[in-house]
Design a protein around this ligand. Structure first.
Ligand code: MSP
Length: 630
């Protein structure tokens, strides 16, 4: 066993490993979903570095496109100015999670922009791009077109937002031309799409039909200009996908590109499988660039079994994640709490339980006990028989197959073996320094193997016992001198009964939260989501006989007929002020008779405590009547 690990390292010394994450939209600060892919990439990058490979780990941000332009406009900022303020948030989040990337690429980086233009020109010259008319159903939040069949209640199937109809002249990429080539490639490269069950859905859809793809826009201008027609900008996905080649010097550092390309694995979430397994390889085939070896799609983290979404209040950002039990516990939880490739549901309580029961009780206690006894009684070098119980080959295989969670389980199975050994041998009674040696030497193996997962803890253990984190040290019986009692690695966290987030996490519970209790009752998002809030435009305002506070309004809320709504705002608004005004309406309120008139809805307004001042809520800019408010 000792020899196998050493040999593997030497043999693969010159091997390279290039890993990428998707580049994230910097329209908000990163959350647990982004963290998941990035930590997975970090674990794999650290592992491959540990075994002696030359690693390049690329992550970054996807900065062009309508979505970013719109988000920036909402806060009156230019896109670049808006993004520049968010980039430090991403970098600081990755720093807090101990992410050791090699490059943080931004699609506004000059080398990337030049790369995209060079590739567009190449693909155009090859005859794979042509100009045509385009009409399509577009969801800006996804930056993707949909067909009628994809829609759910005329809305985007992912964001449930109304779909836009886009009409414009557009350049098209001849995606249909690559249908057979892609199918052939999938067949010849069974590890191109992993996990394998994900490949089936892609293949089936490609087999069914592959339409040419619109890859340019004229309706907005935040993007890379097409080199052959300056009136058009490049579709954000064509631009973004090529970050994976510009990031390793496609245009400006040929040597680096030749060394690292093709990528060994590109990690993505299952939501962007189609872009990476169909568009991306087709673009590359057209550009004459080799295809990546593997696209691995992981599952989605939900929060209370709902998609993570800031707009719906279901979000855990990086500060919150790390504040629960620290960086290593967060990294550990995400890869112990879900099968890599499948979905997982985030629970603060489970994170704390795993931190307490596994990191603190199993690993932390083992290190603390053994180091205390080793300080007291010393260690005597001998053969470490325990290492025979370490399934190193299996762990290596699991990592090779991207079964990160199972590899972590296997390492912890060895932690259990060592704990059992300590229990059985009772070194606190026997003071047996050979037993203690075997424990210390096994902890060394554990710490090295855990380094990719929980680097900070591994480094503390290595420092405490005085060994180097090197792969070839795993099965080597090392010398240990002057071992000192270790600091507490994981302080247990109390799960308090009245823990605020706890309560927020519990489904179907409406409760007052201590501290902020007197402000308001807490409701579940589901309750909020029941409100049908829409933008209305006031078409007509009339007095109601005998009513000095009420107006009878006719409001267009995007339906065939206007609605009649009675509102107590007469003291605060004149008729002229109201006519044409856009307001927010709760549309699904039970109808109510007021002064003999049926009122169908309610306007939202801000009011002072004594109701001496009432101000109608109104969208900041004009928007279609009936637009959803969420
Ligand atoms: N910009 C595109 C990717 C372009 S890559 C050339 C994009 N960005 S994103 O910010 O919306 O999300 C990127 C990735 O974040 C997802 O594919 C996924 O990897 C990760 N996740 C975002 N939310 C997630 C969860 N709730 N759970 C797990 N991962 C998810 O798409």
């Amino acid at each position: 066993m000792v020899k196998s690990a050493t040999k593997k390292t030497l043999k693969e010394k010159t091997k390279k490993f290039y890993i990428t994450t998707p580049i994230y939209y910097p329209n908000d600060i990163p959350h647990i979903g982004h963290a998941y892919t990035t930590i997975a990439a970090d674990i794999l990058a650290r592992w491959h570095k540990l075994v002696g490979e030359e690693v390049f780990f690329l992550t970054g941000t996807d900065e062009h496109g309508k979505k970013i332009e719109q988000t920036a406009a909402k806060v009156d900022k230019k896109p670049k100015e808006f993004i520049d303020a968010l980039i430090p948030e991403f970098k600081s989040a990755w720093n807090k999670l101990n992410i050791n990337y090699d490059r943080f690429i931004r699609t506004t980086d000059k080398d990337h922009e030049k790369t995209v233009q060079a590739i567009l020109q190449k693909v155009y010259d090859k005859g794979d791009i042509y100009l045509d008319d385009y009409t399509g159903l577009y969801c800006t939040a996804c930056e993707a077109y949909y067909t009628e069949k994809d829609l759910v209640n005329d809305c985007c199937p992912i964001h449930k937002k109304p779909i836009e109809i886009l009409r414009e002249k557009s350049y098209f990429f001849k995606l249909s031309k690559y249908q057979d080539k892609l199918l052939k490639f999938y067949k010849e490269n069974p590890n191109f799409i992993l996990p394998k069950f994900r490949a089936n859905e892609v293949k089936a859809r490609v087999k069914e039909c592959l339409n040419d793809l619109s890859i340019s826009r004229t309706s907005f201008d935040w993007g890379i200009t097409l080199p052959f027609d300056k009136k058009h900008i490049c579709y954000v996905w064509f631009d973004a996908l090529f970050n994976y080649v510009s990031g390793v010097g496609y245009l400006e550092d040929k040597k680096k590109f030749e060394k690292f390309w093709p990528a060994d694995v590109q990690l993505i979430g299952k939501d962007i499988l189609w872009f990476h397994c169909v568009y991306w390889p087709a673009f590359l085939l057209s550009a004459g660039i080799e295809l990546p070896k593997t696209i691995f799609a992981h599952g989605w983290w939900t929060f209370d079994n709902e998609k993570i979404s800031k707009s719906r209040g279901k979000v855990i950002n990086i500060d919150e994640l790390v504040s629960i039990a620290g960086t290593d516990a967060a990294r550990y939880f995400l890869f112990r709490g879900a099968v890599f490739g499948q979905d997982g549901d985030f629970s603060r309580q489970v994170l704390i339980e795993r931190h307490n029961n596994e990191l603190a009780d199993k690993l932390g206690n083992l290190v603390s006990r053994v180091s205390t006894l080793a300080e007291k009684y010393g260690v005597k070098k001998c053969e470490n028989k325990l290492l025979g119980k370490l399934k190193l080959k299996e762990i290596e295989k699991l990592i090779e197959n991207y079964e990160i969670d199972k590899a972590l389980n296997e390492i912890f199975a060895f932690v259990d073996r060592v704990n059992e050994f300590v229990q059985a041998e009772k070194p606190w009674e026997t003071k047996d320094s050979k037993v203690l040696y075997q424990c210390v030497d096994s902890i060394k193996a554990i710490a090295i193997l855990l380094f990719p997962f929980i680097p900070e803890t591994s480094e503390k253990i290595a420092k405490n016992f005085g060994f180097e984190i090197k792969y070839e040290n795993i099965l080597e019986n090392l010398e240990y001198k002057n071992i000192k009692k270790s600091e507490i690695l994981f302080k247990k966290i109390e799960v308090k009964e009245d823990n605020v987030e706890e309560k927020l996490n519990k489904p179907k519970q409406t409760t007052k939260i201590e501290g902020i209790a007197n402000m308001t009752d807490v409701i579940k998002y589901d309750d909020f989501a029941k409100l049908d809030l829409r933008v209305g435009t006031i078409k007509k305002v009339e007095d109601i006989e005998g009513a000095d506070k009420l107006y009878k309004l006719e409001v267009d809320v995007g339906e065939a007929k206007t609605r009649v709504i009675c509102a107590g705002i007469k003291k605060f608004y004149s008729k002229d002020e109201l006519k044409g005004k856009q307001i927010i309406v709760i549309c699904n309120l039970e109808p109510r008779k007021m002064r003999g008139i049926e009122s169908n809805g309610m306007l939202l307004a801000a009011s002072t405590a004594d109701d001496s001042k009432v101000i109608l809520l109104s969208p900041e800019k004009k928007i279609d009547s009936g637009s959803k408010v969420r």
